[in-house]
Write a protein that binds this ligand. Structure first.
Ligand code: TRP
Length: 337
């Protein structure tokens, strides 16, 4: 039986929050346990260099994201779990793909278009003001990430669908020019994936500054939960769980029976203070062991390096011979053939 290759990357430009966990990390680890799949999860640290130039932030994020995956139950012996920058073949493939990618295709990328749009709106002299080549050609690096390992199913957020389509276009063009080489990747967007709201009720997102870090220390964690926005209904007044941030977060961690019970408490007029206290205690219990493991790993960076080294070895065992084949196909293999 041939296994389906699932591949996804997380840009190391922040500290994982509750939304990353419930929406991406937890389902990815769950899916990796099936027998008919082969999973490739990696830290996209080259992507983290785009737009922000903050070495301290990148270093911290790499450490935190690696510790988060491992503490959340990822098994580095089962999954190929690696750091993008440990696989030099990816960057080499990026250049080869750059030579066959139409500039016009990159012109259409949302992130680039948004930057140009902003310049136009603010009457900048140059529509490309502040746009670096890393941002412009980011989809090519992402295509290399994927097709280097013949990734088939690519779990991503909606905002990334276009990049997967571009990866297909680029892979297709390579196959057309040099012969059948790459599998066609497909985006997998889990429509039912939980969109966790943040402190202000909008989607929890680093860019909104409304996140609750997943493994925040207990005290700060309680404080943040107390900061979640609610309405002004008094204790005793019936409340609507729909559209309530506290209920939405609770739902991301519970089954329907627990949710039904909670709806009843809302109908009975649970006070917001009590609900926040309940939610804190519940999540704290839910995450406590993982947080201890996270803290342990954060204090032992050598163990993180060892786990990533296992992944790098497995990933390069695939990438090295595959890239040799690709180099041959484009005409830069050994002269002796
Ligand atoms: N660009 C993706 C994001 O910001 C992260 C990423 C990099 C990725 N390379 C990838 C996702 C390859 C899937 C496959 O979310």
């Amino acid at each position: 039986m041939s296994k389906t290759r699932i591949l996804t990357g997380i840009t190391t430009s922040g500290i994982p929050h509750l939304g990353n966990y419930a929406g991406a990390i937890r389902p990815a680890i769950e899916s990796s346990k099936a027998d008919n799949v082969e999973s490739f999860f990696f830290l996209a640290d080259y992507h983290a260099l785009i737009k922000k130039h903050d070495p301290q932030m990148v270093r911290e994020s790499v450490r935190s994201v690696a510790a988060t995956w491992l503490a959340s139950g990822l098994d580095p012996n089962r999954v190929t779990f690696y750091r993008q920058t440990d696989i030099p073949e990816i960057t080499e493939l990026t250049w080869i793909l750059t030579t066959i990618t139409a500039k016009g295709l990159m012109n259409r990328a949302h992130a680039y278009k948004a930057a140009v749009q902003e310049n136009v709106e603010t009457n900048a002299a140059d529509p490309d003001k502040g746009v670096e080549m890393g941002l412009f050609s980011y989809p090519i690096l992402m295509a290399a990430d994927i097709i280097m390992f013949n990734g088939e199913k690519i779990p991503v957020g909606k905002d990334q669908i276009q990049h997967i389509e571009m990866a297909r276009d680029i892979a297709q063009r390579f196959n057309f020019l040099y012969g059948e080489t790459f599998a066609m990747p497909e985006a997998v967007v889990d429509e039912s994936a939980m969109i966790i709201p943040g402190l202000d009720g909008r989607k929890m997102s680093k860019s909104y500054g409304n996140t609750i870090p997943l493994f925040e220390g207990e005290k700060k964690f309680r404080k943040l939960i107390n900061k979640i926005k609610t309405n002004s209904l008094e204790p005793g007044e019936p409340k609507d769980p729909e559209g309530c941030t506290l209920f939405a977060i609770y739902s991301a961690f519970t089954d329907e029976a627990a949710q039904a019970e909670m709806r009843q408490k809302y109908a009975n007029g649970i006070g917001w203070g009590d609900m926040k206290k309940f939610l804190f205690e519940f999540l704290n219990e839910e995450l406590k062991d993982k947080r201890n493991e996270y803290d342990r790993l954060m204090a032992d960076p050598a163990e993180l390096d060892r786990a990533l080294a296992i992944g790098a070895e497995k990933a390069r065992a695939i990438a090295t011979p595959f890239l040799a084949d690709i180099r041959n196909k484009v005409g830069i293999g050994p002269i002796s053939g």
